[in-house]
Design a binder for this molecule. Structure first.
Ligand SMILES: Nc1ncnc2c1ncn2[C@@H]1O[C@H](COP(=O)(O)OP(=O)(O)OP(=O)(O)O)[C@@H](O)[C@H]1O
Length: 249
């Protein structure tokens, strides 16, 4: 099966410091792919390049025949790549429903955003998303009153309303309770039925429970790829994690 997203020889240069040094990564439709590695390995920088936040000095990110490195952030979103950053950035004064409404209206042009009301189909879509994110009973509460985990689910729901083909998540379970982590993992599995999910994560229990494929990064390069069991047995991986805060075992 051809990959839906392919990074080819990505180099990122921050004033002479090469944060990415020729990264190659393929992500397939319906895949849950975890990116792990010690602090500073380049994981977030790779997500930043894919979504257009950071420009690569060299290399290509190919998605459905389009080189995303030539596109701006908002164009990349329109092509079908959604990015959820680490901290929730919902509009806390607006209700949960209104947050979702804003997200669904981003699919329209500016004139219709200002003029039009939600269509019946759009209302149904929001209601379905409120159910998927388990926020139906909070629909008319200000988003600021939600728990941290619920804010994260709201924001993921808002991204999904854009109907992405690839969802990028940066440490989605940071700050969540154990129950919220489990629920998030199950939600990600459900999302992956229709959309590839690429996740930067440090929590090895979570990776072990929900990873299909794991890519290990170190010092701006891909160190190895495989199932969690395979990467755990890799000596190089054990070496780069040795003596560091996060252990892959
Ligand atoms: N805008 C920037 N300017 C200069 N250096 C940067 C910039 N952004 C990131 N870096 C550096 O690039 C390297 C990779 O950073 P990145 O955040 O991608 O790592 P990471 O693997 O996501 O780490 P962590 O797990 O700690 O979040 C780090 O050494 C970081 O200090």
């Amino acid at each position: 099966m051809n990959p839906i997203l392919s990074c080819h020889d990505i180099i990122v240069d921050f004033d002479g410091f090469k944060a990415l040094q020729g990264v190659n990564l393929d992500v397939h439709h319906g895949e849950i792919r975890f990116l792990i590695g010690p602090n500073g390995a380049g994981k977030t920088t790779l997500l930043d390049v894919i979504c257009g936040k950071t420009k690569a000095a060299d290399g290509k990110v190919m998605f459905q025949g389009v080189d995303l490195t030539k596109r701006r952030e908002h164009e990349i979103v329109r092509h079908g790549i959604a990015r959820k950053f680490q901290n929730p950035s919902v509009f806390t004064e607006l209700t949960v429903f209104e947050n979702m409404e804003l997200s669904i209206k981003q699919n329209r042009n500016l004139f219709s955003v200002m003029k039009a009301k939600l269509t019946a189909d759009e209302k149904d879509e929001i209601t379905a998303m409120l159910e998927r994110t388990d926020l139906l009973d909070r629909a008319y509460d200000p988003a600021g009153l939600l728990s941290h985990g619920q804010k994260q689910w709201l924001e993921i729901g808002m991204q999904l309303l854009q109907k992405p083909e690839v969802l990028l998540l940066d440490e989605p379970i940071a700050g969540m309770t154990g129950a919220e982590r489990e629920k998030t993992g199950l939600f990600i599995q459900e999302i992956a039925e229709k959309c590839a999910v690429l996740i930067v994560e440090h929590d090895m229990d979570f990776v072990r429970n929900f990873a299909e494929q794991v890519t290990v990064m170190h010092e701006g390069k891909i160190l190895c790829e495989g199932s969690m069991e395979e990467v755990q047995q890799n000596e190089l991986v054990a070496e780069v994690y040795l003596g560091r805060e996060a252990k892959v075992c």
